[in-house]
Write a protein that binds this ligand. Structure first.
Ligand code: NAD
Ligand code: ZN
Length: 379
């Protein structure tokens, strides 16, 4: 089969690799119909992880079931399914509590880290930027879709990661009806957090970024766009909230020390959030902060530390949630919102391309080139 293989920093190529296949009776084999490039792939693509050359990415996957193992009971051949990026067993201590983001079985090496398809340090699982994907614990990890699955695949594929991740940010931030919410980052994840805040009834959603095309998408769903290359975003939020600060906020940028647009510090969004959110407000951080980055411009970041303004966070009595999103916890409900026509996450999709175009697409998406917001690959 063909796959988008990592060849070293800033280089992927489409190559023949061994076919994915059923290896255990609980496995399901999926023919991939849609697989996204994610901002999380860029941490690996840019070479700041120990992702091995020769492996392939792809954790935002959907497709058609073409074979099931002998112990699979619920999923059948022909089902259209979307796969939460978290690979999870369903029966460990964390899965039992719904924390599939920290499954202890699917991550045999680092019990604390959780598992994902095609990801550095998150288990041995192959990615889905390929023609076929092996889904372990298939009954648990496949979310079945309805009749409109193919027709609306560019909406449903967002259930693999970024829609539930954006939702998780607003859940950790406690966004409630009437709240004023600020979101740092208008990348795919930030835009999904903005959509989620709207679904949860926020009265005002403010989105901070510096890319006009992404800010326009935020405005298209009713958010207020704040361009931090033109104004101080903290001042702008205070102005929008009568000087009080937002009720809550989401960090959807993460570690961007290698952003070609130039970021002063890898922690600047966190510290700005602390200043943008009111006393006793809440913050949800889904942006990924890589534990260590030997290539970082920032000396502290090289050792895995960032200069977080904990003093102000503490003084303001704020709370903060962190970590990978437990996709399964939200995605049945989010699927049903899509099916009911009440959520259309595909508004962020800028490109739908064949697998062969992946190298070019990675380059554009990594450069944050104008108009390259979200790429769906169609093997
Ligand atoms: P992205 O890199 O395309 O988006 C980041 C956006 O932040 C860009 O539009 C960029 O212009 C903007 N930005 C950069 N510096 C900024 C600043 N100082 N202030 C405001 N905006 C700034 O990626 P994405 O796909 O949207 O992902 C965002 C983050 O979420 C990444 O760190 C990704 O790894 C992470 N993520 C986490 C989870 C999870 O489960 N927790 C899941 C998916 C993605
Ligand atoms: Zn992703």
């Amino acid at each position: 089969m063909k796959a988008v293989v990592y060849e070293g920093p800033n280089k992927v190529s489409v190559k023949d690799v061994p076919d994915a296949r059923i290896e255990r009776p609980t496995d399901v084999l999926v023919r991939i119909t849609a697989t996204n490039i994610c901002g999380s792939d860029l941490h690996m693509y840019e070479g700041r992880t120990d992702f091995e050359q020769g492996r392939w990415f792809g954790h935002e996957n959907m497709g058609e079931v073409i074979e099931v193992g002998g112990a699979v009971q619920k999923v059948v051949v022909g089902d259209r399914v979307v796969l939460p990026f978290n690979v999870a067993c369903g029966y460990c201590k964390n899965c039992e509590r719904g924390l599939t983001n920290y499954c202890m079985t699917a991550q045999p090496v680092k019990e604390w880290a959780g598992a994902a398809y095609g990801f550095a340090d998150m288990g041995p699982w192959a990615g889905g930027q390929a023609e076929l994907l092996r889904v372990p614990w298939g009954d648990f990890n496949c979310l079945r879709l309805g009749e409109d699955a193919d027709e609306r695949s560019s909406d449903y594929v967002m259930l693999a990661d970024i829609f539930p991740t954006g939702y998780h940010a607003t859940e950790m931030a406690g966004v409630s009806p009437g709240d004023q919410t600020v979101i740092y980052g208008a990348g795919p994840v930030g835009l999904m957090a903005a959509l989620s805040a709207t679904i949860r009834g926020a009265s005002k959603v403010m989105v901070v970024d510096r890319h006009p095309d992404r800010l326009r998408l935020a405005e298209s769903i009713g958010a207020i766009a704040i361009d931090d290359s033109k104004v101080d975003p903290v001042d702008a939020v205070l102005e929008e909230t009568m000087g009080l600060g937002a009720d809550n906020g989401c960090e959807c940028v993460g570690y961007q020390a290698h952003d070609p647009q130039g970021v002063e510090h890898p922690n600047e969004t966190l510290n700005r959030l602390v200043r943008s959110v009111r006393f006793t407000g809440t913050i949800g951080t889904v942006g990924v902060f890589i534990p260590q980055d030997p290539g970082a411009h920032d000396e502290l970041a090289k050792e895995g530390q960032i200069a977080f303004d904990f003093g102000l966070h503490w003084f303001k009595g704020q709370r903060m949630g962190t970590g990978q999103a437990p996709v399964k916890r939200y995605n049945r409900q989010l699927r049903d919102l899509i099916a009911a026509g009440k959520a259309t996450p595909s508004f962020i999709v800028s490109h739908e391309l064949p697998l062969d175009d992946a190298p070019d697409a990675y380059e554009h998406f990594d450069n944050r080139d104008d108009g390259w917001t979200k790429v769906v690959l169609r093997p």
